[in-house]
Design a protein around this ligand. Structure first.
Ligand code: GP9
Ligand code: MN
Length: 414
């Protein structure tokens, strides 16, 4: 019933809400937000080379000119890309089985697109795949998106298709006209596709050598990652040329891993170390790049963070107060909350430890620690997952939405 909502709200207030204003509070007020969900992009490829050539030259440069979160984890499960979308827009966990996009698509939610529509924002998703894939056309309504530019909105043919469909380069090119036509300010999410398993790319499109290992998947992966890197670079150029760049902040994140543990032997060769359970958790890091045009005082932020931190972080940058919203993430530009990243399988990461598969490790060294060190956080992690499941299975935002709206009214009046 509704009483559990109070308990959960209290938990998230105490554990996730900063008492101090964020360093970047309101920095992007009334600006456009451009999100790029980078398919299967993992952190381990950044600043790495294959045969003397950088895998991600554009992103490597961009990182220097942006806030870059080097210990940012994906938190997805079976719902893959759709889970990442759910987590990013709601700051809730995905489910341990199945995809929320299918199982709970009629739920009441408090998602970013819906919240910011009250502050004059228009929202859209751009993704050149069939609109019913992952039940997106239904779920995007639930999350409050105004527009969905799916495959139908694009000119897709044999020449501009690779693997799953439209190439990332053609996708971004063709998207610009829609973006230009959108009413400002907007919240626009772009979901790339070319860097998807099995990472096939015609030879003439390959700008770097394949990797050389026993894993065809990893060997191919570096070439499609590079392709996506070039597509994003071209998109930045087009954003500048079209005048959209200056009035926007651009946030790039990896949706989930691309290289599964079936390729541990090749990964171990690539990284030059054994893939222990600890390393496996560390391989769940995906890049998060927050790029604010014209803002120069940026840095690499090493504190641990996760996909569910994006909603509170974005709302805070937009200057939108979310004190009474239920989020399991925290505003990444505040400093008074002890970071905790919980993965859906119960593994978790703090500044000090990595817990996985019933073992506790020192986060910096990977050295195994006594389980007692991890025990208190383990129960907190478990209760977070339980709370989030309750919210989803019980459709508890039905009870919550009224309170939030009252708060919003008050907030706007002030
Ligand atoms: C499909 C794309 C990829 O539209 O989002 O989905 P994934 O297999 O990564 O979940
Ligand atoms: Mn994906």
């Amino acid at each position: 019933d509704g009483s559990e909502v109070k308990e959960i709200e209290q938990y998230t207030e105490e554990n996730n809400k900063s008492k101090q204003p964020s360093d970047l509070q309101g920095i992007a007020k009334d600006k456009n937000v451009i999100l790029i969900s980078a398919e299967s992009l993992q952190t381990f490829v950044l600043n790495e080379e294959v045969n003397g050539k950088e895998i991600t030259p554009f992103l490597n440069d961009l990182v220097e000119d942006s806030f870059y979160f080097s210990n940012f984890y994906h938190q997805t499960e079976q719902g893959k890309t759709s889970d990442s979308e759910w987590i990013v827009d709601t700051s809730l966990y995905p489910l341990s089985r199945g995809a929320v996009f299918f199982t709970n698509s009629e739920n009441e939610t408090s998602a970013t697109p819906e919240i910011i529509s009250d502050y004059g924002y228009t929202s859209a998703v751009f993704h050149a795949n069939n609109k019913s894939f992952w039940n997106r056309s239904v779920m995007y309504d639930t999350l409050g998106y105004d527009h969905f530019y799916s495959e139908e909105a694009y000119d897709v043919n044999d020449e501009n298709s690779i693997g799953w469909g439209l190439t990332d380069k053609a996708f971004f090119k063709q998207s610009i006209k829609y973006l230009e036509a959108m009413e400002d300010p907007y919240y626009a999410k772009f979901i790339t596709l070319t860097n998807h398993h099995p990472f096939n790319l015609p030879e003439e499109e390959q700008s770097i050598d394949k990797y050389d290992s026993n894993s065809k998947t990893l060997n191919n992966y570096v070439t499609t990652v590079r392709y996506m890197d070039e597509a994003i670079e071209q998109f930045f150029e087009d954003l500048k040329a079209s005048g959209e760049y200056e009035d926007s902040i651009i946030i790039i994140y990896g949706d989930h891993y691309g290289i599964s543990e079936n390729h541990n032997k090749a990964m171990s060769q690539f990284l030059g170390k054994e893939i222990t359970p600890y390393e496996h958790v560390q391989l769940q890091r995906v890049p998060l790049i927050v790029h604010i045009p014209g803002y120069e005082d940026t840095s690499t932020i090493t504190k641990v963070s996760g996909q569910m931190d994006l909603k509170p972080t974005i709302l805070s940058m937009l200057g939108i107060e979310t004190i009474h919203d239920v989020d399991f993430g925290t505003d990444l530009f505040t400093n008074d909350i002890e970071p905790l990243v919980v993965l859906r399988n119960g593994s978790f990461i703090t500044q000090d430890v990595v817990y996985t598969a019933d073992k506790c490790y020192d986060r910096e060294t990977g050295e195994e620690l006594d389980m007692e060190t991890c025990e208190p956080t383990k129960s907190q992690a478990q209760s977070e997952l339980r709370y989030s499941d309750s919210l989803i299975y019980g459709d508890l935002f039905r009870f919550y939405s009224t309170g939030y709206q009252e708060f919003e009214e008050k907030n706007k009046a002030n």
